[in-house]
Design a protein around this ligand. Structure first.
Ligand SMILES: [Zn+2]
Length: 206
C-alpha cells in the first residue's frame, strides 16, 4: 500500500517522537460557536468544558488563551439579578460565546500532553504516559497549535533538565536561564529582549 500521510501529518508524527508530545483534545471553535453559540453551552461535555474551564482560570495556562479568555471572563450584569447560580453562569457563558462568535474566534482550542521527564544526565531520561503534563492552547490552525505545543514541550524539557541539575546553556553567552525564566524576567523588565540576539540552548561541553 502507498503511504497516505500528508507532509504536515508526517512532520507531526516525527515531531511527536522528538518532542514527546500528543494532542489530547481538539475543540473546533468555528463549528462550536456556529452551532451552539447561544444555548448549547448549557450542555458542556468533556473537552469543551475542560477548555472553557482553562479560559476561566485565574492563572492562565498559556499566553495564546488570553484574547479568547478575555471574552469568556467578561461579566456584563450583576449576579444579584439572578436567583440560581447555575442559570446565571449559563447565561453569562451563552452571552460570552455569542461575543466570541461575533469577534470570529474561529480557531482551535487544543489540549496537548507531554510526559514528565526524569533526567539522569543531559541526554538520558525516563518518562511514561502514566504521568504527564497538559496544557490548553488556542490557535487559528491545528498546525499553529502544534507549534505552540512543541515550544511548550521544549520549555518543560529545559525546566526538567535544570531541576535535575543538568541545565542547558546558551551557546552565545553561557546563560543557563530557561525559557520560562527568561519569560518571567521579560515580564519584570519590558526592555529585556533575550540574553543574545540568537539564543540557542545547548548541552554544555564538558
Ligand atoms: Zn545568550
Amino acid at each position: 500500500m502507498d503511504n497516505c500521510a500528508t507532509p504536515s501529518n508526517n512532520n507531526r508524527n516525527l515531531q511527536a517522537s522528538d518532542y514527546n508530545l500528543r494532542i489530547l483534545h481538539v475543540v473546533d471553535m468555528a463549528s462550536q460557536l456556529g452551532t451552539e453559540a447561544i444555548d448549547g453551552f448549557s450542555r458542556l461535555d468533556d473537552p469543551l468544558e475542560s477548555f472553557v474551564d482553562a479560559l476561566l482560570e485565574d492563572k492562565r495556562q498559556h499566553p495564546s488563551l488570553e484574547p479568547l479568555a478575555e471574552v469568556f471572563r467578561a461579566v456584563s450584569y450583576p449576579f444579584e439579578d439572578w436567583q440560581d447560580k447555575r442559570e446565571y453562569e449559563r447565561e453569562t457563558l451563552a452571552e460570552n460565546a455569542s461575543t466570541a462568535n461575533a469577534q470570529e474566534f474561529f480557531g482551535f482550542g487544543v489540549q496537548l500532553g507531554s510526559p514528565v521527564r526524569d533526567y539522569h544526565s543531559h541526554t538520558s531520561y525516563s518518562c511514561s504516559w502514566g504521568f504527564y503534563n497538559t496544557v490548553w492552547v488556542y490557535a487559528e490552525s491545528l498546525d499553529d497549535a502544534w507549534k505552540l505545543g512543541m515550544a511548550w514541550s521544549e520549555q518543560k524539557r529545559q525546566n526538567a533538565l535544570k531541576a535535575a541539575g543538568f541545565p542547558l546553556m546558551c551557546s552565545g553567552c553561557g546563560s543557563t536561564m530557561t525559557s520560562t525564566e527568561l519569560e518571567d524576567a521579560k515580564q519584570k523588565d519590558p526592555k529585556l529582549l533575550s540574553c543574545c540576539p540568537e539564543r540557542r540552548m545547548e548541552v554544555p561541553h564538558a
